[in-house]
Design a protein around this ligand. Structure first.
Ligand code: PMP
Length: 450
């Protein structure tokens, strides 16, 4: 590894040493901790790039896990947000802009007949599940393996794929994401592998009349962008209708990114309830729970509770209005998807030249890169790919000025600014070529030692 100079992270490392005395792991979200000597602290972001406090510049494909759909510090959105500041923040009262933004959402997403705002993805999905429970009078719910729906207890259950034996006939164990999640919640949660049509039918015939909701990310934004087959989502729709279950399509990551009407628009499936967050306001905190009028009217006195001190904050609303206008009225989404296609083609050229088998999942605006011949169809298949190659490559990419998630289960996110700055592509591909060679060297050295 010696032929590449490591980044200078001395300021970030010093900051970490100070921060860890006051902030657990030195950060405000556990996933931002990348090791005592590799946790970076941001100075600022602009367009498709981020600069750390040591002055290292990165082409950024995490984009805060998706929000910066146009790019960091977008001048159009920030100007609108500044105007929103003059309004005064929050009042525990409503403003006219709520309707303007809700109208825009309804015109872009047919399922969004009625709209409520929240602050984060977690809050929106939590509200969606509560709404489903209130509307159906049922409590249990169905999750899909590889999906992620936020930090509230009901959503914090996953199939333990790390411990699962690929060759076994058993299902992976349903486990909580870490400690502090009450076991009692587990009784209400069911989980099924994506794209397994028979299992879905079986689970509905066994439990359908007790389910309040089925939650699905048809493009798994937290699991390599693995995609549901449209027919699978259509089957989910049919079964939900048959058994009186609310279909919740969680588009916190895919919404206003893969298309104006989200993945539900592309697949032609109408959920009862849907959620959006990340791309809605280019990074300003706002989220959306929306859906069928009859269901949404359950938000009322004596019905399902919904609210929050900071909902529909004037800054976030103003930013949302401008971001959605841009996404709706300009070719921004085409620009960033075309960039994603060019990036994939460039990466493939590098990998093909080295005969490295690979494939992609998802949508060009948020794609997963796999070291396997065919992309996974569900989370269990991810085990068949060489994710250790990915993880090593990601490590080198950070040193070489490209930020992607260190874990292969997080897709790469594109923004409009990537597509408008030619150097993003050339800088990225130069780094990918070197990172791939370093990774190959690393595995060759390991093989020799073995
Ligand atoms: N749903 C999905 C599909 C998500 O990707 C996320 C966050 N990654 C959430 C819900 C939770 O959103 P937040 O982090 O804003 O609470």
């Amino acid at each position: 590894m010696s032929r590449i100079a490591q980044r200078n992270l001395s300021k970030s490392n010093a900051q970490f040493q100070r921060a860890v005395k006051r902030l657990p792991l030195g950060v405000s979200s556990t996933f931002r901790y990348w090791g005592d000597d590799r946790t970076i602290y941001v100075h600022h972001g602009k367009g498709g790039r981020t600069w750390d406090i040591d002055g290292n510049c990165y082409v950024d494909y995490r984009l805060g896990y998706g929000p910066a759909i146009l790019g960091y510090a977008d001048e159009r959105v920030d100007a609108a947000a500044r105007k929103g500041m003059e309004v005064g923040g929050v009042f525990a009262l409503s403003t006219e802009k709520e309707l303007a933004v809700a109208d825009r959402i309804a015109s872009m997403v047919p399922a969004a007949e009625l709209v409520r705002f929240s602050n984060s993805g977690t809050e929106a999905v939590m509200a969606a599940l509560r709404l489903a429970r209130a509307h159906t009078g049922r409590e249990s719910y169905l999750l899909v393996e590889g999906g992620y729906h936020g930090l509230f207890d009901a959503a914090m259950w996953m199939s333990n794929m790390d411990e699962w034996d690929l060759g076994s006939n058993t299902d992976p164990e349903l486990v909580p994401y870490g400690k502090g999640i009450p076991q009692t919640v587990k009784k209400l949660a069911h989980i099924t592998p994506m794209n397994d049509f028979q299992r879905l039918e079986d689970i509905f015939s066994k439990h359908g009349d007790k389910l309040a909701a089925m939650l699905i990310e048809p493009i798994q934004g937290n699991c390599c962008s693995i995609m549901a087959q449209p027919e699978y989502v259509k089957l989910a729709r049919e079964l939900c209708t048959k058994y009186g279950v609310m279909l919740i399509i969680d588009e916190v990551k895919s919404g206003f990114r893969v298309g104006k009407g989200g993945i539900q628009g592309i697949m032609g499936v109408t959920p009862d309830i849907t959620t959006f967050a990340k791309a809605v306001a280019n990074g300003y905190p706002i989220s959306v729970v929306a859906g069928r009028e009859e269901v949404m009217r359950t938000f009322r006195y004596g019905g399902a509770s919904h609210g929050g001190t900071y909902t529909a904050h004037s800054v976030s609303l103003a930013a949302a209005e401008e971001t959605l206008r841009i996404l709706d009225e300009t070719p921004a989404l085409e620009t960033l998807a075309a960039y994603g296609e060019r990036l994939k083609a460039g990466i493939s050229k590098i990998l093909d030249a080295r005969k490295i088998v690979h494939s992609y999942t998802g949508h060009p605006s948020m794609f997963g890169l796999f070291f396997a011949e065919t992309p996974p169809d569900n989370y269990r298949d991810w085990k068949t790919s060489d994710y250790s190659f990915y993880d090593r490559m990601a490590y080198h990419l950070h040193d070489l000025g490209v930020i992607c998630e260190p874990d292969s289960r997080e897709p790469w996110f594109m923004c409009e600014a990537h597509g408008l700055d030619e150097t993003c592509l050339s800088d990225t591909l130069k780094a990918v070529e070197t990172a791939v060679d370093l990774t190959l060297e690393h595995f060759e050295e390991d093989a020799k030692r073995a």
